[in-house]
Structure formats: C-alpha cells, structure tokens
Design a protein around this ligand. Structure first.
Ligand SMILES: [Zn+2]
Length: 270
C-alpha cells in the first residue's frame, strides 16, 4: 500500500499537468533485487490501471551512461579504501582518503565535496537549503564492488528526460546529493515533490522488512480508493467504479498543494 500510494500520487500529478508517466525499474543492485520482483511490481501497477506511457526503463540497461558520467566526474574524485569499521561513529566522511587519486583494488570512488550549498524548491515542502559538506561530506558514486551508486544512477536518469519527480519523503535526503551531481554533469534537474510516506501508527514506514502485507490485486478498486483516501482526497469509495473511473476522478481532483503534511496511519482493515 505504501508503494501504491507513492505511485498513484506521481501518476495523478503528472497526468494533471498533461504529462506522461514513466515507469523505471531501479534494478542496479542485483543482490537486493529479488527474482520476479520486477514482474510482480509491473503486474501490480497494471492491475491498478497504472501503465507507463513510455517504454519501461531499467537502470541495469543504462550502465554505459553511468560509466560516461563517472568519467566526466573523474577530476573531482578520489578512491576510498576505508572499511565500514573505520567510518563507524562519523556522521560525515572524515576525508581520510582524499589524497588517494589513483584507482586501486577494493576502493570505492568518492566525490570531493567543498563548500557546496544546494537550494531547490519542493512542490510539497517548499524552499529547501542544504550544506553538502556538513550533511554528507565526500559521498560515494561508485561502490567497492564496482556498482554505480544509487545517487549517481538516479541523477543521470532523472535529469535526462524527466521533468517531475514525485516520490516519498523517505527519499528526500538523497535529493541534494543528486542535484549536486546533476550540476557537476551539466544536466538540467527535474522539479521535485516529496510526498509524505504511509506509516504505521507508531510512525514506522510500511515495508517488506516491517511485514507490510502484499497488495491483493484482485481488489484493485478498493486498494486504489484506499490509496487516494490515505492521500487525503475527498473520496467516498464507490465500489461500482472501475480503476479507470477512479483514476480519472483522482486526476481531476488532484492538487499537490493540498496534500496533508502527514498521512493518516495505515490500517490493515482500512
Ligand atoms: Zn576512505
């Protein structure tokens, strides 16, 4: 339900702007991508009427673009061999390996962060200001195992042809890092809107780790109606509606400025 809420919000927002909705599968991290997870996500989206208007993109097929970006950033990078243990206790990277300018085995690649202030306007949260050195320090763009970091991959993909990124506030903290990478790469950033995340009554995010129940795709109308109600939309569920009718209603009534600052907590019996 947490993922459906985020998907429906981004769908309604872009449709209401007259745009096209793009599905992208962020599958760069094979150890974390369960087999069949992708088909199951697409099947669930389809059952709820949420179809990509453009061919579905897969980050695993964009590796060429990511390595070109890495090359472009090379002059600002250094190679870090710190272990997790060495970095424990630091809230930002302490700069230990800043003088390691030659690639070496078992090293991650970090971007040297100076006095970089990042400001942006968020459609939900308003004006945002961040100080990269204070909040993140030199951050990783390529992991020790050779995988492109989530932030670099996402910065490259979101800047390419995406105009609006509407996503959960659980991803908010990555935004200033991604914007910084887009700046360094000379890319045009999208507009961001970070919507509140669906949580349990104790404030914990719904996730597989927290045993959130899987959506039953045979009750798509009901799920979709609940997702809209969680988003604070004035909907009285009409069970005779189809998912298409519900989505049409939602697009017509969508106003990102009217989102509640906090969603009403998830209840399995909603
Ligand atoms: Zn290091």
């Amino acid at each position: 339900m947490g993922s459906l809420v985020a998907a429906v919000a981004s769908y309604c927002d872009i449709k209401q702007r007259g745009g096209r909705w793009q599905v992208r599968i962020d599958d760069l991290d094979p150890p974390r991508t369960a087999p069949n997870a992708c088909e199951s996500i697409l099947q669930t989206l389809n059952a709820h009427g949420l179809q990509s208007d453009l061919p579905i993109e897969y980050q695993s097929q964009h590796k060429g673009a990511y390595s070109r970006a890495l090359k472009k950033l090379a002059a600002r990078c250094f190679f870090c061999t710190c272990t997790r243990k060495q970095l424990a206790g630091f809230s930002v990277y302490p700069g230990t390996c800043r003088t390691n300018l030659a690639p070496s085995e078992n090293a991650s690649t970090r971007i040297l962060v100076g006095a970089n202030k990042i400001s942006f306007h968020d459609l939900v949260l308003g004006n945002q200001d961040h100080d990269l050195a204070k909040e993140f320090g030199d951050f990783t763009i390529q992991r020790k195992d050779g995988l492109t970091s989530y932030n670099l991959a996402t910065a490259v993909d979101d800047a390419s042809a995406i105009t609006h990124v509407i996503r959960g506030q659980d991803l908010y903290t990555t935004t200033s890092v991604q914007l910084h990478l887009m700046q360094l790469l000379g890319l045009t950033p999208p507009v961001y809107g970070h919507i509140p995340v669906l949580t349990y009554a104790d404030g914990k995010k719904l996730s597989k780790q927290n045993f959130a129940p899987a959506l039953n795709i045979t009750s798509a109308v009901e799920n979709l109606g609940n997702a809209l109600i969680y988003l604070g939309m004035p909907l009285t569920v009409n069970h005779n509606w189809t998912v298409q009718q519900l989505l049409e209603w939602a697009i017509n009534h969508w106003d990102i400025a009217k989102l509640p600052t906090k969603l009403r907590p998830f209840s399995a019996n909603a």
